[in-house]
Design a protein around this ligand. Structure first.
Ligand code: BEZ
Ligand code: FE
Length: 329
């Protein structure tokens, strides 16, 4: 903001076309706000504004929020904003740990009979994944314990979807994404491949490990203050796209991890917990392209996409139901 110039002017809008009582009691403050929100021209935004005001005001009244608590909340949100950089989005992390990202994902990608369920995208997807062929590895040798991932991309009626695009990424065996290394020279532990004509895909990866979400900012402090850990259970991210189908953003979570039930960002769904098979066979290891040793883990799982029209139908039906229960329509 530069130096002010000339006479101070309003944003140009007139007083509201109705009378408002003076806001000299908590109830009048809320009802005036709700009446003012009626002026919002866009119908959806009007609905969102009224419900936001209604819930926010109710929170302040019900908790009898003190001035000090309000100041602390403002300081916290200011710190969250100041932590954001082009490479770090602390507000999304806040949304993640408060379960808002998982909730938005759950609402927008409701389970559809037979379809693979969604999971949170997270901040570590990048556009610069290398293009791979089936059978290739997303990880350089030495980045972790060997794992082979294979399955088919199918439609909910069981038909294979040829040529679906699969983006997949994970941390290395130390629990870090490539983007977390300041000396990153090229993408690591990520790749882009396509299912074959029968919907089949397969690639080499490393066994996922549990890792902490960034804990050195205000969101980390919030978790400590709440007595909550900042761990995500071991997982492999996948994003699958094919024309006519809803884009699937998901992850597979190998069973047995101690953080599965208390994921810091609420991404785990029961149907996404997978079994890793232990393969101990030197010939098989070579056949699948692992350069050494005789053992690897095998993750076999189909990825089932939902036709766009079906996703829309389920979303709209659920949205209609939810709107009936909104406090202000
Ligand atoms: C992830 O799984 O990559 C992730 C998701 C949410 C917050 C941090 C990381
Ligand atoms: Fe992750």
């Amino acid at each position: 903001m530069g130096e002010p110039e000339g006479k101070a002017v309003s944003n140009g809008l007139p007083p509201p076309p109705f009378e408002l009582p003076y806001p000299d009691s908590p109830d009048v403050i809320t009802s005036n706000l709700l009446r003012l929100a009626e002026l919002t021209p866009n119908e959806r935004r009007r609905f969102l504004a009224k419900n936001l005001i209604s819930h926010l005001h109710q929170f302040v009244r019900e908790t009898y929020l003190t001035t000090q608590e309000w100041e602390e909340a403002i300081q916290f949100l200011t710190a969250v904003g100041k932590t954001c950089t082009p490479l770090r989005q602390e507000f999304i992390l806040l949304s993640d740990v408060l379960g808002v990202s998982a909730l938005v994902d759950a609402i927008n990608n409701p389970p559809v009979q037979g379809g693979t369920e969604s999971s949170v995208l997270g901040p570590f997807f990048t556009e610069d994944s290398p293009d791979l062929e089936n059978g290739d590895s997303i990880a350089s040798d030495g980045k972790g314990e060997y794992m082979y991932v294979e399955g088919r991309v199918l439609s909910t009626d069981g038909t294979p979807i040829p040529n679906a695009k699969i983006e997949t990424w994970e941390t290395d065996g130390n629990g870090f994404y490539d983007t977390q290394y300041s000396n990153r020279e090229k993408p690591e532990c990520r790749g882009r491949l396509h299912a074959d004509k029968d919907g089949r895909f397969g690639y080499r990866a490393v066994v996922p490990v549990a890792y902490p979400i960034p804990g050195d900012g205000p969101v980390g402090q919030l978790l400590l203050g709440m007595g909550r850990h900042n761990m995500r259970p071991n997982h492999l991210h996948l994003m699958v796209e094919a024309p006519g189908y809803t884009k699937l953003v998901t992850a597979f979570y190998p069973e047995g991890d101690e953080w599965l039930e208390s994921d810091a960002v609420f991404g785990v769904k029961k149907s996404l917990v997978v079994k890793l098979e232990e393969v101990n066979d030197e010939e098989e290891a070579r056949k699948r392209g692992f350069p050494k040793g005789s053992s690897f883990k095998l993750l076999q799982r189909d990825l089932v996409l939902v036709p766009e029209a079906k996703s829309r139908e389920v979303f709209e039906q659920n949205a209609k139901e939810a709107k009936k229960n909104a406090p202000v329509a």
